[in-house]
Design a protein around this ligand. Structure first.
Ligand code: C2O
Ligand code: CU
Ligand code: CU
Length: 553
């Protein structure tokens, strides 16, 4: 056991005691009309006799698994008992910008925030974690994260394991850097592997079909998962819900923030044992966790290592014994429905944490909205990675479907709804995305690299989703549309009333352009001379007034 003795030598002798296998911790379920989440600092003994400082949600480390039913209204009160600001983000959930818990939804120490939103996502595995600007890696690493399980009627019809902790298990995989005092360090790559906060975990499961809900909750490491007997397993869901049919594979790659649900058919195998491993030896040099010697050092780099020992016990009274051959019908929008193609080019060089990576040469600025989309529309996006490192790219408030990687369709297990996609160095990943939730300038959505080091180091940008029929107009008597936004110059306006006067202001209220005269209900307006950024276009006429936000690129 080269890894373990090396840890003992270089990390902390006390951790030697932690080498015995421990039963996998299963976070408690939380299912209620109004849920309370309390974030606070704690200590926990992950290794016997070693007190490690943590953050937790309603407990020492990590948080409860929230169960939401599609169609219900989620009401979640989040209380910040930490000594620093935080936010709480519902990763993967289709909620409006103001409920999304991004960096703008700051919860001060001692304060609370309530999120309330209709549950629109299909049944699947989502998660929550903090998202304060520059503090996400620290707070998530210390333990603020938890699962969200969405249930719905369609999934309930299927003969799938869904008894939590019995035949359906949450599995959040995190590598951890533990320094000699026994404390967790916010470091890109750790030397120890924890599942649900349990080092050296084992899980007892019944001899029948069981379901694992896998989440890569690490700061930066990529996990190519498989079993040590190289068996195939059935992937039934990706980030945002079920696939059309189970996809059989012996490897599943999970980038940071990505989820997958898998089924294992263990019928008749009572007494056997399986080992879930991460085949880090199969990672290319551009992947955090590979053996690339330029990366921050870690005892787990470049090797295959154990993730979770699975011991098979006796079956339950009412077991699921077959894997269904089909799951759900997913309406994947066709490329012809896209109203716009956006290309986001990733550049930069460096190691996993050290270095500066950028999206379209821009860096995060809380006060700048980088893109504006229209509610209810579909777009095709390309992430083109010209940097030397792989980046798991994530969009808030949406699910998308990967169409191609370098022109080739992705593996079957990657064809379900997703919200994070791993983009390797040299890759062009193309997906189609539907914008179904509103986000204005006050609480825009984020899109970013989910390597938490990169996210905290400015590899994040913001977008608004505006309603083209009414929401795009802030204070309109009648619906007004100005398109395109963002624009570089000429826009078309379409108002519900005759326009006699147009005033364009910048965000500080300074008039930057004026036009008068009978302009009709529709026409064009040249904004080339206006400054870049957010512009407020006021259209007045026949006693009516409308103000529309437009982004000038
Ligand atoms: Cu897991 Cu910006 O999110
Ligand atoms: Cu997110
Ligand atoms: Cu990145």
């Amino acid at each position: 056991m080269r890894i373990h003795s090396a840890i003992a030598a270089t990390i902390a002798p006390a951790l030697l005691l932690g080498q015995s296998m421990q039963p996998l911790a299963i976070p408690p379920l939380l299912e209620a009309d109004t849920m309370h989440l309390v974030m606070a600092a704690h200590t926990h003994q992950f290794y016997p006799g070693v007190n490690t400082a943590t953050y937790g949600v309603n407990g020492d480390y990590l948080g409860p698994t929230l169960v939401l039913q599609k169609g219900d209204t989620a009401r979640i009160i989040v209380e910040n008992q930490l000594n620093e600001i935080t936010t709480m983000h519902w990763h993967g959930m289709h909620v409006p910008g103001e409920m999304d818990g991004g960096p703008h939804s700051i919860i001060e120490p001692g304060a609370s925030w309530m999120a309330e939103y209709p549950v629109k996502n299909p049944a699947g595995t989502y998660w929550y974690h903090p998202h304060p600007h520059m503090l996400t890696a620290k707070q998530a690493n210390l333990g603020i994260a938890g699962f969200i399980i969405v249930r719905d009627g369609e999934e309930a019809q299927l003969a799938l394991p869904r008894t939590y902790g019995v035949d359906d298990f949450p599995v959040v995989i995190q590598d951890k850097k533990i320094i000699s005092t026994g404390q967790m360090a916010t470091y890109p790559l750790g030397d120890s592997l924890w599942v649900n906060g349990t080092p050296h975990p084992y899980l007892e499961v019944p001899a029948q079909v069981v379901r694992l809900r896998l989440l890569n909750g690490s700061i930066a490491r990529i996990f190519p998962l498989g079993f040590d007997d190289n068996r195939n397993f059935a992937v039934i869901a990706g980030d945002g819900g079920l696939l059309p049919a189970p996809a059989s594979t012996n490897r599943l790659w999970l980038g940071n923030g990505e989820r997958a649900e898998i089924l294992l058919d263990l019928t008749g195998l009572e007494g056997d044992s399986l080992l879930l491993k991460s085949y880090g030896n199969e990672l290319g040099q551009s992947m955090p966790g590979s053996g690339n010697i330029l990366f921050e050092s870690s005892l787990l780099n470049g090797i295959a290592f154990p993730v979770l020992r699975i011991r098979i016990g006796s079956p339950t009274a009412d077991p699921v014994t077959t894997i269904p051959s089909t799951l759900v019908t997913i309406p994947v929008p066709g490329e012809s429905t896209s109203i716009r193609t956006r290309t986001k080019t990733i550049t930069g060089t460096g190691m996993v944490a050290m270095g500066q990576f950028m999206i379209n040469d821009e860096m995060y600025d809380m006060d700048v909205v980088n893109d504006t989309m229209l509610l209810g529309t579909n777009e095709v996006w390309h992430f083109v990675n010209n940097s030397n490192l792989a980046h798991p790219m994530h969009l808030h408030g949406v699910s998308f479907f990967v169409l191609e990687r370098n022109g080739v369709p992705p593996p079957l297990w990657e064809r379900g709804p997703k919200d994070v996609v791993l983009v390797d160095a040299g890759e062009d990943v193309k997906f189609i995305v539907h914008f179904g939730e509103l986000a204005g300038a006050d609480f825009p959505f984020m899109y970013h690299c989910h390597n938490l080091m990169h996210e905290d180091h400015m590899m994040m940008l913001q977008f608004m989703v505006l309603d083209p029929t009414s929401g795009i107009s802030d204070q309109a008597d009648t619906p007004v549309l100005i398109s395109p936004s963002p624009t570089t110059g000429v826009v078309r306006f379409l108002a519900g009333h005759t326009v006699e006067h147009i005033t364009v202001r910048d965000v500080l209220g300074r008039v930057v352009l004026e036009r008068s005269g009978p302009l009709g209900k529709e026409g064009t307006l040249d904004l080339s001379a206006a400054p870049t950024g957010m512009l407020l276009v006021q259209l007045e006429g026949t006693g009516q007034r409308s103000v529309v936000r437009v982004v000038k690129e």
